[in-house]
Design a protein around this ligand. Structure first.
Ligand code: PEP
Ligand code: MG
Length: 877
């Protein structure tokens, strides 16, 4: 097979897998050449040759001849001659692989310079300094690559020579001094390497190619390949092209251009340019002088003259962009007023820039809406919708945990919800720090800027609640130690006290000492436009998990099409409801419970009215009480004594009643529909609150409110039938009382394996199913969602699982079961509405799976709604 492939503007020899064969640089230059863009002419020695060389340790037979032929071709194209007595040909040699690998040979410039051609070049250009400066740089990089001589040694020598010859400036002043310096270099190489710098240009080139091949085996390159699973048998390519004198004079320079303005996303030449000549010569070799804004040349605002045609550059870059279909970045050079493109790539961008560029490409007719949607990583939008840290560099990270709820927040540390409320009432910002959170912490979480827990994973209570209310949260920061009694938080030797400021970054999991500057987002402009594209493309609905009016409003502003899960228990943790709730739970009999429930009814009703009004006719799914009741009870002696006093009973009596409610494994205990079956009065009150609220909201707004009542943790058809009968009874009663009919639906969460196996039967009594992937993952894996953080990170690190299955659906196990449930449900009830409301409802990879499975909607925390809209759209494209 051909091992040497030539390229010049308008023509390139491009093998089938150009990237593999020619490396990133060679393939890119061949592409630019084929697009008839100006590139310096040259050739690439394909990776196959380096693979052969790796086997034998020397240049493969015949390669010299092929390279020689390519050089001869290049002499013809350039009208210059290698080792020529006039117009000598000089070459740049660049190494690259399919993907960048550190440790590979650095670029060697000016191959072809020797003691003769340097003089010829000096005469040709009338510029001794430039010619010798180039030669000096060539010798240094050649000796570095081929002989392994340290650059610092050459610096020492230059210093010695400077003292001996007494130059006044930064480099030799005239030809004699330059020649003396070069002679010193030659002598040093001979003494150190035991051989001389080859004076024959073709020999120089062969040695550089050989050494470039050898760099494949450099230790850094090897370990990088091992780390990134890059196969050893791929190899590198060496690209050789004619030198451009981009550093020579005011007619030369170097720049980097972009096809778009990243601040607006619109087509416009932007980027930077540095003039050659003095500016470049004053700097160290290869470095670039003062930088000018490229756009300024187009607008005529520049303080210098661009040495080529700026409009031509703009046209080239635009052409490349249209070909690639994305914003590009181009490295270019100007030599003697002639423009050359050297490299191009898809431009790197921040998430905000990605959104602007994607919509800009649509406005400019380069992409259609569907293509633009695919250009944005939905997960990266999370960063745009939450506060982010602006300057990270100077920050002191004192701990790390799980990135449990995205966004950054700063505040004074507090260790109790009570202290959180007290300080916030004084107008201060706080971060609530707990070992883990429980439902009674919710009022503290609501007022805090963010939450940090020492234990717990990404579906722990703290994580779920924080995501729901859009507060940054870091969980499982296990290296930190909390001493709430002493009011101390310890990070190694560092001791922080209540009131000290920290910053948490729930997107990265970092805990940072002190405050940090934050940036705040909104869903507007180009992001809103991208959302419109997504809404036109997607099939699945996107609802939100919202328990409070504030969350519901936030979710609406992010485009939620209803509430897929309202966890009613969260409403009982607000303000003065906790004591009433406690009275209900601790009541010795049904009568006592009913009395307390009667007090809770108006609270619930007004909560629901508000949610219905905010959702203005969109579906609202309200779940009946789910958590084990003991979660609402006081913990610890002091709190128990306090509550007992308020109830007017002995602490001992209270302690006994609490003990009765205690369970070994509450997650698998008296919770979900089991509560409804033991205490039907709870269902009666909740259902009544829902129906009365639906009527009231309907009357107020004129919209038809169709509440959806959801029964949690059903495993048996009979469980759902029992609860549904209760709900239906209440519905009839309320309708009779109010003299109005209401349309409503009753459905269930599917979060137990048995419910999936019996989905066909359960569907007979359910208008809808909502897959609760948090509990379903927990029960299918048999992994406690609150304890998973103790070992799942190890699983991920050891490659036992690829991703936390609570975050992203385990397609082969849990996913297979969901698909089975969907199929069974539709068999008995084709019109059943199917959704998902676990954390996975906001995870792009899971959303792709749910689309495939044919779910009707996903429901996720408010701040993930835009992410889900994009992900759902991508899943259909
Ligand atoms: C679930 O289990 O997936 C769910 C949404 O319910 P919760 O997280 O409230 O248990
Ligand atoms: Mg659940």
């Amino acid at each position: 097979a051909k091992r040497v492939h030539t390229f010049r503007q308008g023509a390139a020899e491009r093998p089938a897998d150009a990237l593999e064969a020619l490396g990133s640089k060679g393939a890119n230059l061949a592409l630019l050449a084929a697009l008839d863009l100006p590139v310096p002419p040259g050739f690439t020695v394909a990776s196959a040759a380096s693979r052969e060389a790796a086997l034998t340790g020397e240049l493969p037979p015949g390669l010299r001849v092929e390279i020689g032929a390519a050089v001869a071709w290049l002499e013809g194209v350039t009208g210059r001659i290698f080792d020529g007595t006039e117009r000598p040909l000089l070459l740049a040699v660049r190494t690259s692989a399919r993907t960048p690998i550190p440790g590979l040979a650095e670029t060697v410039l000016d191959v072809g310079l020797n003691d003769r051609t340097v003089e010829t070049l000096a005469a040709e250009l009338g510029d001794t300094g430039f010619a010798f400066r180039s030669y000096r740089r060539f010798i240094e990089s050649f000796a570095g690559l081929v002989f392994g001589i340290d650059a610092a040694d050459f610096e020492d020598m230059a210093d010695a020579e400077k003292r001996a010859s007494r130059w006044s400036g930064a480099e030799p002043g005239g030809p004699a001094e330059w020649r003396a310096l070069i002679a010193r270099y030659h002598a040093f190489i001979e003494a150190t390497a035991g051989t001389v710098l080859p004076q024959t240009p073709i020999e120089q080139l062969m040695r550089v190619v050989e050494a470039s091949f050898a760099s494949w085996r450099a230790p850094i390159a090897r370990s990088f390949r091992a780390l990134h699973a890059i196969p050893e048998n791929t190899g590198l390519s060496v690209t050789v092209h004619a030198m451009i004198f981009n550093e020579r004079d005011q007619n030369s320079g170097t720049g980097r251009a972009r096809s778009r303005d990243f601040a607006t996303g619109r087509a416009r030449l932007t980027g930077e340019f540095a003039l050659g000549g003095r500016a470049a010569a004053d700097m160290r070799f290869g470095e670039i002088g003062p930088v000018h804004d490229l756009a300024a040349f187009l607008d005529g605002r520049a303080s210098i003259v661009f040495p080529a045609e700026i409009e031509t550059l703009a046209a080239h870059v635009a052409r490349l962009e249209a070909h690639v279909g994305d914003a590009v970045e181009v490295d270019f050079m100007v030599g003697d007023s002639e423009l050359f493109l050297l490299q191009s790539r898809i431009a790197k961008r921040s998430p905000a820039e990605a959104v602007r560029i994607a919509t800009g490409l649509v406005k400019d007719g380069i992409l259609d809406e569907d293509e633009a949607i695919l250009r944005v990583d939905p997960a990266s939008l999370d960063q745009l919708l939450h506060p982010a840290i602006v300057h990270r560099d100077s920050l002191e990270v004192i701990g790390r945990g799980r990135p449990a709820s995205p966004g950054a927040a700063s505040g004074e540390i507090v260790f109790t919800p009570h202290d959180a409320q007290r300080r916030v009432a004084e107008g201060r910002r706080v971060i609530l720090v707990r070992n883990e959170t429980h439902p009674e912490d919710i009022h503290g979480m609501h007022v805090a800027e963010g939450v940090l827990t020492i234990r717990g994973g990404t579906t722990s209570h703290a994580a779920v609640v924080a995501r729901g209310i859009g507060k940054p949260c870091v969980t499982g920061a296990g290296a930190l130690r909390l001493d709430p009694a002493a009011g101390l938080l310890k990070a190694g030797n560092l001791v922080l006290r209540v009131g000290d400021t920290i910053t948490i970054d729930g997107s990265s999991g970092e805990v940072i000492r002190g405050g940090a500057e934050l940036e705040h987002p909104s869903l507007a402009g180009e992001l809103a436009l991208l959302m419109d594209y997504a809404d036109r493309a997607r099939r699945m609905g996107v609802r939100t998990n919202a328990d409070t009016p504030a969350e519901a409003r936030a979710a609406r502003s992010f485009g939620a099409e209803g509430i897929g899960l309202c966890r009613t228990e969260h409403m009982f943790f607000l303000g003065d409801r906790v004591p009433v709730m406690r009275r209900m739970i601790l009541a010795p009999d049904e009568e006592g419970r009913r009395a307390a429930l009667a007090e809770l009814l108006p609270f619930q009703r007004s909560d629901f009215v508000e949610l219905f009004e905010i959702m203005a006719g969109l579906p609202v799914t309200i779940r009946l009480l789910d958590p084990p009741l003991h979660e609402f009870l006081p913990k610890g002696e002091a709190e128990i004594a306090d509550v007992a006093a308020k109830f007017g009973i002995e602490p001992r009596v209270l302690t006994e009643r609490i003990a009765k409610l205690e369970e070994f494994n509450p997650m698998l205990g008296h919770r979900g529909c089991r509560l409804a079956i033991s205490h039907p009065e709870i269902v009666e009150v909740q259902a009544r609150a829902i129906f009365e609220a639906a009527i009231e909201a309907g009357e107020r707004s004129g919209a038809t409110v169709v509440p959806e009542i959801m029964v949690p943790l059903v495993g048996l058809k009979a469980e759902l039938d029992y609860v549904k009968a209760l709900v239906d009874e209440v519905a009839e009663l309320v309708m009779a009382e109010r003299g109005r009919s209401i349309d409503y639906r009753v459905g269930t969460m599917i979060e137990l394996p048995r419910a999936i196996v019996r989905a066909d039967a359960i569907a007979e009594g359910a208008d809808f199913f909502s897959f609760g992937t948090n509990d379903l993952t927990q029960t299918v894996f048999g992994i406690s969602r609150d304890d998973a953080a103790n070992f799942l990170p190890t699983y991920e690190r050891k490659g036992i699982i690829a991703r936390d299955p609570f975050q992203s659906v385990d397609v082969e196990g849990v996913g297979e079961l969901i698909a089975l449930g969907v199929e069974k449900a539709r068999r008995t009830r084709p019109e059943i509405v199917l959704g998902v409301c676990g954390e996975q409802g906001g995870d792009p990879a899971s959303i792709a799976f749910f689309e495939q499975t044919g779910l009707d909607y996903v429901s996720c925390s408010p701040f993930r709604v835009p992410v889900a809209r994009i992900a759902a759209a991508q899943a259909t494209i």
